[in-house]
Design a protein around this ligand. Structure first.
Ligand SMILES: Cc1ncc(COP(=O)(O)O)c(C=O)c1O
Length: 343
């Protein structure tokens, strides 16, 4: 059966006809030589919008985060990171494997940040026994949760006061910006570097921007080449990013509304659902129903990673009609009549 509704992630979107037209028309050059006019335009636009001296285009968020860590830290340095953050859980420990940089994972607070007291406690004194704590990394949004402006201000001020640098994995920062209706510059205030994905909620097929000051971007550009990210006529991808920035930011509000609708509909079936903050819905699925429910949904063309704490993600390719269809399919699962949803 053809996949009609894909709720696994917001990375599954396909470029729209308008985006494909922009890609086809892109002026290109060799970006390793700095010659690609479309990449250069995208970098200038994003640097200006977010108020940084420099921006650098990467193929992926993993590579952008890794180059940032390697530009901020040297061998034997340490970075503090939330234990649920993508950098820690899902990037194969690249900073340690390739950079000799040690992660120090810290427990999150319920809002998705890390308590300042916990950070304070984790910073190592200058002592020959210890690695050097260089960097604090945060993620916004984290599991769809939006970090508050007040927290971000306090935590970045604290980190700087203790001599740390600050990096934000903003793979889904545009969801936070649209949700809080904040200015883009305000959303990144206090961060020395920011990684912003164009390929998630914004719907581009690839592309992440790394923001920072000039010397940092120069260093990150060197690491990008070493990591295999020096692309040639990358303007075709950058054109998709420019299109996404122009046409597909404000529409994220629809994804947030659809997540609310999805949560309400699943709750009406009797499932335990966390209140979504942006475009991610977390729902408890009784373990003994997992495989049968996944098969039932797949038969109806719905893809979802069903686990005891299932994450469903709304995006560009899940308009309201598809959300309603997905809810009908969840509701029609025969297992609930055996009391599963209310168990
Ligand atoms: C929060 C976060 N950061 C970074 C990444 C890595 O991005 P990429 O898949 O482009 O390497 C992801 C990917 O889903 C992510 O969710």
């Amino acid at each position: 059966m053809q996949t009609l509704i894909d709720l696994r992630s917001d990375t599954v979107t396909r470029p729209t006809p308008g985006m494909r037209a922009a890609m086809a028309a892109a002026e290109v050059g060799d970006d390793v030589y700095g010659d690609d006019p479309t990449v250069n335009r995208l970098q200038a636009v994003v640097a200006e919008r977010f108020g940084y001296p420099g921006a650098l285009f990467f193929p992926t968020g993993t590579q952008s985060n890794l180059a940032a860590l390697m530009a901020h830290c040297g061998r034997g340095d340490e970075f503090l990171v939330g234990q649920d953050a993508h950098i820690y859980t899902s990037e194969q420990g690249g900073a340690a494997v390739l950079g000799g940089i040690m992660p120090h994972p810290l427990e999150h607070d319920p809002a998705g940040g890390i308590q300042i007291a916990r950070i304070a406690h984790a910073i190592k004194p200058d002592d020959v026994h210890y690695v050097r704590t260089r960097l604090l990394t945060l993620e916004n949004t984290l599991g769809g949760r939006v970090l508050s402006a007040a927290y971000l201000r306090a935590v970045t001020d604290f980190a700087h006061g203790r001599g740390l640098r600050t990096h934000l994995d903003g793979a889904r920062l545009f969801n936070a910006i649209v949700k809080l209706e904040v200015d883009e510059r305000a959303a990144v205030a206090g961060f020395d570097s920011v990684s912003l994905c164009l390929s998630k909620g914004l719907g581009a097929p690839a592309g992440t921007m790394l923001l920072g000051e000039g010397a940092f971007i120069t260093e990150a550009r060197r690491w990008r080449k070493a990591l295999g990210g020096g692309m040639r006529q990358a303007g075709i991808l950058a054109a998709a990013g420019l299109y996404a920035l122009e046409h597909q930011v404000q529409r994220l509000a629809e994804d947030h509304d659809n997540a609310q609708r999805l949560a309400a509909g699943l709750r009406a079936i009797g499932l335990a659902v966390e209140q979504p903050h942006t475009n991610m819905v977390f729902v408890d699925i009784p373990e003994d129903h997992g495989a049968a429910l996944a098969a039932h949904l797949a038969e109806r063309g719905i893809l979802a990673c069903i686990t005891p704490r299932t994450r469903l993600v709304t995006h560009l390719d899940t308009p309201r009609g598809k959300i309603e269809a997905a809810l009908e399919a969840f509701s029609a699962y025969p297992g609930w009549s055996r009391g599963g949803a209310h168990a």
